[in-house]
Design a binder for this molecule. Structure first.
Ligand SMILES: Cc1cc2nc3c(=O)[nH]c(=O)nc-3n(C[C@H](O)[C@H](O)[C@H](O)COP(=O)(O)O)c2cc1C
Length: 297
């Protein structure tokens, strides 16, 4: 199971009514074009209580809990250890990896700025936390005792081999699985992965209020001037939800987030997730494959 740790300021991110109205009005042309209703001020909820989420997670006792966007509190680490739950943390900088290592996490994801989806920087401002996977992985491998899981821009056997050569013990892949048959990504999203359209990705706050990497579309380009103006997560996320939903239902990908990492154009050959994984393992030379080559049937 995986949990986002609230970033500074997000727990109390709700604006006053006047500010909320200004944020809503900025999106009015999109609500109107799609026939979607803007959320009412009363309907926007603050983040769920983090301690409640932690208690539910610990009670569920999955074999592994992974965190992004922070260091889990001491009591979580102690309690997880007592219950035999392994903990994985996610770092976007060497400093974050060291903080996670010192907190006693069992493995650390080195999440390069190449990665698709939301950025998890939590110690320094985002613009100081955009280290590419190729630079980040060896520096984190040098700095921490815990095993390192490389993430960001890995889509095929070449990427896995490079990550292992840089000192990673494992890899975490997101975008390439988005493109597989079983993923819940929309058809329009999958249609772009693996095409020249996926060679360009951008970081944007516009869809959720948290910075994330995806393929730019009309909404991202038209709203570029407001990147630093839109409210933080979860408010912008709530404002955008009706737009994303209506656009998805109407087959309008120009208004939907198309999350993708920088290797997105290497993905998307229509394989099932199992076939993709088996191909990945086949692409690794025997001595590099952490789990060994697939067994002959
Ligand atoms: C659509 C999407 C959603 C993601 N959601 C999460 C998430 O909720 N929690 C998390 O830890 N990582 C999340 N990730 C990041 C992946 O776990 C992984 O680190 C990342 O995708 C690796 O980079 P790649 O996209 O270049 O393969 C997400 C990635 C994508 C593309």
């Amino acid at each position: 199971m995986n949990l986002w740790i609230p970033l500074e300021g997000e727990r109390s991110a709700l604006p006053d009514n006047a500010e909320f109205t200004a944020h809503t009005e900025r999106l009015r042309p999109y609500y109107d074009e799609l026939g979607a209703a803007a959320p009412a001020y009363e309907d926007v909820e603050a983040l769920p209580d983090f301690d409640d989420q932690i208690d539910a997670l610990l009670a569920a006792a999955p074999p592994v809990i992974s965190f992004v966007m922070g260091v889990p509190p001491r009591r979580v680490v102690d309690e997880a250890r007592r219950r035999g739950i392994a903990l994985i943390g996610t770092a976007t900088t060497v400093d974050e990896a060291v903080a996670l290592d010192e907190a006693g996490l069992d493995a650390i994801v080195a999440s390069g700025s190449d990665a698709g989806g939301h950025r998890g920087a939590f110690l320094a401002p985002l613009r100081e936390s955009l280290v590419g996977t190729f630079s980040l992985v060896p520096q984190i491998a040098d700095a921490v005792a815990a095993p390192v899981i490389a993430a960001g821009g890995i889509a095929d056997g070449r990427g896995v081999r490079a990550a292992l050569a840089l000192g990673a013990d494992a890899v975490q892949i997101g975008t390439a699985f988005l493109a597989t048959r079983e993923s819940g990504a929309s058809g329009a999203h999958k249609d772009r992965l693996g095409t020249p359209a996926a060679r360009t990705t951008v970081l944007t706050r516009l869809f959720s209020g948290r910075t994330a990497r995806g393929i730019p579309n009309r909404f991202v380009r038209d709203m570029a001037a407001y990147e630093d103006v839109v409210p933080p997560y979860p408010v912008q996320n709530a404002l955008m939800q009706p737009i994303r939903r209506a656009a998805a239902a109407q087959g309008r990908p120009e208004y939907v987030n198309l999350w993708a990492g920088q290797a997105a154009a290497l993905t998307g050959d229509g394989l099932g997730a199992g076939e993709y994984l088996a191909r990945l393992v086949r692409e690794l030379p025997r001595q590099d494959a952490p789990f060994g080559p697939p067994r002959a049937r």
